[in-house]
Design a protein around this ligand. Structure first.
Ligand SMILES: O=C(O)CCC(=O)C(=O)O
Ligand SMILES: [Fe+2]
Length: 394
């Protein structure tokens, strides 16, 4: 399962039978360590029955052969109307790939033409469940139920969500990155295989330059720009048809498809990685402040803070308001229904994690309470504190 390293610390556990929630919490969520779970975990999904066909055309150039391939016709008929962003994998656009908007039907026609041969088009981050809310083509596995990001966004009247489907041809790939808001992700393969290259956190300086630009493609690194890249410890994983990978917070990773591949994945946040998420918000915030520091003298401190929030929203897709609202929303839900989701850490432990983040936030930002007051957020903040105490008293 693992190659490319002889370091025991870098061994990734493989669970043929899914771990219990308590094992998963103790060994993966809290210590922030990856794992792979075998196909029994998701075998009941409709996607695993209706979206795929046996792959009988073996490609002798491949060391790893996918067992299944997409049922292109069925997918195109069922979901053809969905609109998505198709990445051109040979065209770099800053830190990502160039993307073109097209319908799923248009994409499927090209994908089927390539049918397992090397291909450049990769339909990513498709909000398929949001587009077809009544089609239960998968269910969130119980280990991943405690997901504050989607719990919050789905109750904001469908504004946004972090539930995706990926459809790509052989050799399509996702460049090196760490996930949005330093969330966790989970990724289940429906068909095809994925080669993951993962970097345990703490060695960012080996693959980021002094301007924080990261390596784009680990297979083609400019060693003049990234002189120490070779020293980075990395893990290679081959994720086969039906398997699920848990990607911890803050782990940089690059992913390459082997054969025509389909996967479903979510980004998610909960009490176990909330501090990572806060740290990412703080970093984005500092970047925004530096970007417009010239304006600082021409404004009051509150005006400057507000301007930075606007920039944060444009650049990172969120701001302090959203972060506070997400925590307040989830804690209010736990007051009303403490046992939803069913699988979650002890509630008092979760409240401690939120407290830690709130205290850190206040310490980092002396004007935080002024900002809440100036933006109608004081009542949200007070209610959050009250809800935390009421959960603790139970
Ligand atoms: O499958 C891919 O191409 C990328 C998936 C990914 O980056 C993730 O699940 O975090
Ligand atoms: Fe990712």
């Amino acid at each position: 399962m693992m190659a490319g390293s002889t370091d025991d610390e870098l061994d990734i556990p493989y669970y043929e039978i899914p771990p219990t929630y308590d094992e998963f919490l103790k060994n993966h969520l809290i210590p922030n360590k990856p794992c792979i779970i075998g196909p029994s975990f998701t075998q009941s999904w409709k996607a695993n029955k209706e979206w795929i066909l046996a792959n009988d055309s073996s490609n002798e150039n491949l060391q790893h052969q996918p067992k299944y391939k997409p049922n292109y016709m069925h997918l195109s008929q069922q979901y053809g109307a969905a609109q998505g962003q198709v990445a051109r994998c040979n065209k770099r656009h800053f830190t990502d790939q160039e993307r073109t908007e097209m319908s799923f039907a248009e994409f499927c026609a090209k994908w089927q033409e390539d049918d397992g041969k090397p291909s450049l088009d990769y339909l990513k981050d498709l909000h398929l469940q949001k587009t077809f809310p009544d089609d239960k083509f998968y269910t969130v596995p119980d280990l991943f139920e405690d997901d504050w990001l989607n719990e919050y966004w789905l109750q904001q009247k469908g504004d946004d969500d972090y539930r995706f489907a990926y459809f790509g041809g052989h050799t399509t790939f996702t460049p090196l990155h760490a996930d949005v808001y330093r969330s966790y992700s989970w990724s289940s393969n429906i068909c095809g295989m994925k080669k993951w290259i993962m970097f345990p956190p703490g060695q960012e300086s080996l693959y980021q330059d002094k301007f924080n630009n990261a390596v784009y493609d680990v297979r083609d690194v400019d060693t003049i720009q990234f002189t120490k890249f070779d020293q980075a410890k990395k893990i290679e994983i081959y994720q086969k048809d039906g398997e699920t990978v848990f990607v911890p917070s803050n782990w940089f990773h690059q992913v390459e498809n082997i054969g025509a591949a389909i996967s479903i994945n979510h980004n998610w946040i909960n009490a176990s990685n909330l501090m990572f998420t806060y740290a990412s918000l703080r970093k984005d915030w500092n970047d925004c402040k530096h970007a417009i520091e010239d304006l600082q003298d021409s404004m009051t401190p509150m005006e400057f803070l507000q301007e930075c929030q606007n920039l944060l929203m444009v650049h990172s897709g969120w701001d302090w308001r959203i972060f506070l609202n997400m925590m307040a929303h989830v804690v209010a839900n736990r007051v009303k229904q403490p046992n939803v989701p069913i699988h979650q850490p002890d509630l008092a432990w979760q409240m401690d994690r939120i407290d830690e983040v709130l205290n850190q936030w206040k310490q980092d930002e002396p004007r935080l309470i002024d900002y809440f007051e100036g933006n109608d957020l004081m009542s949200v903040y007070i209610q959050l504190r009250l809800d935390i105490s009421s959960i603790r008293q139970k």
